[in-house]
Design a protein around this ligand. Structure first.
Ligand code: SF4
Length: 390
């Protein structure tokens, strides 16, 4: 047994976990409240290793925000703009396809596409965008739209959620994104995201998508005005939906960025808070296959450490990130494939390039020297072109 657990107040929870018993909400709260980060991390690492062995994954992907115009004004959001704002933007379908074309040269397997709730684009525009991207390369996996965007599109289309998702799927949608969950408790949502969909609506969009055979990820935005009990409540609702549908591929705890918005939070989530939240998520969400450490919010250094605190995935290369950076994130805009592999290897894990559904594409055993996975020299030129089209 791990030295830290042997002497820890968390020993009874460890025993439950080893026996394969599900931990309770009260256990999860105790885990959140402990100061014994080493023992907490050791339990989470035990769970991680039992799930995935020595593998840690990443994806070669590109983010595209098609527009930041939004009819809502969530208090925590630094991304949305109104039409009158000088720094609002909107890309045409042709521009989006061109970004995708350039990114394909970097070996991306996924486009991750979200935007604000655009005030005037019709539903047909989104269908055309998906079809145009699939026409570019049918193998490119399209992970698009948050739950609130789906509700917005359903409203535009004057269709039910299930009809809307069915049409989007037929047009090429492969996966929903997990964004927009924030914190489910009503009072917190009211304080940080007034006007946004309710917890029930968020969960129902994902439930409907899962029942259509779709998969998605889910999130929790932590470190603002919520309590630790609110976090447990949030995780409880995600675990219950996963029990029902088994449609979530992974969970991502998003560290709140305190700059450039209206919520009065002086201290952003610390390294301690980020690691314990990832660790508790890994232990509590026993029916989730994967836990992602989102390097954009954590910084790559902390994300790398999180691989020893329950996370088994470092997310993606991304190439161009707006939402967290407009909120004040100081991490770089992108990671290269080589950066991701080096970061994982340094922790003693075997890097695995994965697809949208966390399925392995390539296992980079230690015998593969880093130079063999270095991007070809022309990739940096392609990267520059990609950013130039931003
Ligand atoms: S969080 Fe999403 S829905 Fe809310 S204002 Fe920002 S872009 Fe709009």
């Amino acid at each position: 047994m791990n030295f830290f657990i042997q002497r820890s107040e968390l020993r009874d929870i460890y025993d439950k976990v080893v026996a394969g018993e599900r931990i309770s909400d009260a256990d999860a709260l105790r885990l959140f409240e402990t100061k014994d980060l080493n023992a907490l991390g050791a339990i989470a690492d035990f769970v991680r290793a039992r799930k995935v062995g020595n593998h840690a994954s990443f994806i070669i992907n590109r983010y595209i925000n098609y527009s930041n115009y939004c009819i809502l004004s969530c208090q925590f959001c630094s991304f949305s703009r109104k039409k009158r704002d000088a720094d609002g933007f909107e890309f045409s379908i042709e521009q989006i396809v061109e970004k995708a074309r350039q990114a394909l040269k970097l070996g991306i397997t996924e486009l991750h596409i979200v935007g604000g709730l655009h005030p005037s684009l019709p539903f047909s525009h989104y269908l055309e965008m998906l079809k145009a991207l699939k026409a570019l390369d049918a193998r490119l996996q399209l992970k698009c739209f948050t739950a609130i965007e789906i509700l917005h599109l359903a409203w535009l289309a004057k269709k039910s959620t299930v009809e809307t998702l069915t049409e989007l799927k037929a047009a090429g949608l492969d996966s929903l994104t997990g964004g927009g969950a924030e914190i489910f408790r009503k009072e917190v949502r009211e304080a940080i995201a007034r006007g946004k969909e309710s917890a029930e609506e968020y969960l129902d969009v994902h439930r409907t998508w899962h029942k259509l055979g779709g998969r998605s990820t889910c999130t929790m935005l932590f470190g603002h005005v919520e309590t630790l009990a609110d976090r447990v409540d949030h995780l409880r609702q995600l675990r219950a939906l996963q029990d029902e549908t088994n449609g979530f591929t992974g969970f991502i705890a998003l560290a709140y960025q305190p700059e450039n918005n209206d919520i009065p939070v002086k201290t952003p989530p610390t390294g301690f808070d980020s690691l314990r939240t990832i660790a508790v998520s890994r232990i509590y969400l026993d029916n989730f296959p994967h836990i992602t450490a989102y390097w954009v919010g954590l910084g790559m250094k902390l994300a790398q450490v999180a691989l020893s605190y329950g996370a088994d995935d470092l997310h993606g290369t991304i190439i161009e990130e707006h939402i967290f950076h407009m909120a004040g994130a100081t991490s770089p805009q992108l990671q290269t494939e080589t950066d991701m592999i080096k970061a994982i290897r340094e922790t003693g894990r075997t890097p695995v390039q994965r697809n949208t559904f966390y399925e392995p594409i390539k296992i980079l055993a230690d015998s593969v020297p880093a130079t063999e996975v270095e991007p070809p020299s022309n990739k940096s030129k392609v990267l520059e072109d990609n950013l130039a089209t931003a």
